[in-house]
Ligand binder design. Structure first.
Ligand code: NDP
Length: 287
């Protein structure tokens, strides 16, 4: 059996077109153009590419974007002052701080400084708390993108055994929370694995849906996957032979029922959900 591909690029294009229509309608009714301010500290080439992609996607959807580029030597205080300015600017609806930040910056302090109403990445503790309590304001972009991929490909989560490999605050943890929530793309039986999990392969083989976010190229092999399972590969690893996921695509494709490619899988969906959150933020800030 060869798994069918879950095409994140195509689905993203479809959802971005929906968001563009919604944005045009919102702007026509309110006179407000949603605006995302991106903060890119330093000159990491990977981060530059991510931010550029996000800005391009905004523009195509009728969302304006700003780019703020403090130098790699900037201090926490300087960054906090910038965030404060963006929080106060009524023309800015979403504030995104591209990670990772240079070592001298207190990342937690910076992320907590973003106004929760403008926190389109959903990293602020208030938004994380709301998510855990099942009354989210914004859904975190990567897990939300994955829920959309499942729902729009008619892959039911209710009652499914879902294994999430990775427990980061950005992907694994919120993914597990969303999947275990009542209703709305949740109702799954969720197991979360990490670097201390005993016999990882035995756990991953129990998954109807396997979601992998560990940052290790091609780590999940065919023997770790139940035949017919849905495999969602979040990994984006730069290797000498190009971008690789956390899943050994060639091998796992022979076993799985459905699989996301890298690139062209989860990545574009993450950007798409950022657009969705920016429009939501503009709506919330426009009475
Ligand atoms: P982190 O480095 O923050 O977390 C990695 C997680 O994987 C940790 O929980 C770690 O366990 C676990 N882990 C590491 N090695 C193993 C192992 N051998 N067995 C089991 N678990 C392991 O990563 P992120 O969640 O931020 O990112 C993961 C990957 O996803 C990266 O490749 C990143 O580039 C990509 N990514 C892609 C996005 C997209 O839009 N497609 C968005 C965000 C990330 P422990 O906690 O015990 O250390």
């Amino acid at each position: 059996m060869t798994a069918s591909i879950i095409d994140g690029k195509m689905l993203s294009a479809q959802i971005r077109a929906e968001i563009a229509l919604e944005t045009a309608d919102f702007t026509a009714k309110t006179g407000v153009t949603p605006c995302l301010a991106a903060v890119l500290v330093g000159d990491d080439p990977g981060s530059q590419v991510y931010v550029r992609n996000k800005q391009k996607a905004c523009e195509k959807a009728g969302i304006t974007s700003q780019l703020h580029t403090p130098s790699a030597e900037t201090s926490t205080e300087e960054l906090l002052a910038l965030i404060d300015r963006l929080n106060r600017d009524p023309a800015v609806h979403g504030v995104l701080v591209q990670l990772p930040l240079p070592e001298q910056i207190d990342e937690r302090q910076v992320l907590e400084a973003v106004d929760p109403m403008k926190d389109v990445d959903a990293f602020h503790p208030e938004n994380v708390g709301r998510l855990v309590q099942g009354r989210p304001r914004f859904l975190p972009c990567t897990p939300h993108g994955i829920l959309q991929m499942l729902a729009r490909n008619d892959i039911p989560t209710a009652g499914a055994n879902v294994v999430v490999v990775g427990r980061s605050d950005i992907v694994g943890k919120p993914m597990a929370v969303l999947l275990m929530q009542r209703g709305g793309g949740g109702d799954a039986t969720v197991t979360v694995c990490h670097s201390r999990t005993r016999d990882l392969a035995e756990v991953t083989r129990s998954a109807d849906i396997l979601i992998v976010a560990i940052g290790r190229p091609r780590f999940i092999t065919a023997e770790m996957v139940k035949p017919g399972a849905v495999v969602i590969d979040v990994g984006m690893n730069r290797t000498p032979d190009g971008l690789a996921g956390d899943v050994d695509f060639q091998g796992v494709q022979q076993v799985a029922g459905r699989i996301t490619p890298v690139p062209g899988g989860v990545g574009p969906m993450t950007v798409t959900m950022l657009l969705h959150n920016t429009l939501t933020a503009a709506r919330l800030q426009t009475s």
